[in-house]
Unconditional design. Sequence first.
Length: 190
Amino acid sequence: MEPRPDLSSAASHLASLVERVPDDALDRPTPCEGYAVRDLLAHIGGLAVGFRTTAVKRPVPPPAQGEDLRLDDGWRAQIPRDLQAMADAWAEPSAWEGMTEAGGVALPGEVAGLVGLGELVIHGWDLARATGGEAYDGPELAAVLPMAEQFQELGPDGPYGPRVAVSDDAPLLDRILGATGREPGWRLPA
């Protein structure tokens, strides 16, 4: 059995990005189509709580989307705490075993943990691009690409947009982004 990835570095990196978001950036666009920074932050907060409960095998409702996204007061402190709690929950070996549920979908714990890691990495990149931060570049990226590739095979029924062409020799993060329907060269509009 391959060692399970540690979510703590990616969660800590994303928490640091969240803490440094300036108030004047909340209405900026992000690489997530239709999401301003405030919407992305609300989504990150929701996924942190959702994937923590997924790790402890408690069902949670699907995360808020679109107009239902709401950034709560105190988000700059709460989201980092929730990200740490998510990483702590996935540090337990039992989180990766058996079946669990994420967003109303039953799946093996091992798959859910990889999806959670992917969310940290991908949305960390989204937030970094929108706010001028640095994307995560840790060793756990190697576990994210196969998961993203597998979901891309689901086509329009999958969680990602159409694949963006990226060369096979591009950096690993760029290949992950392409597999999740993101343009690695995305920049804030002028």
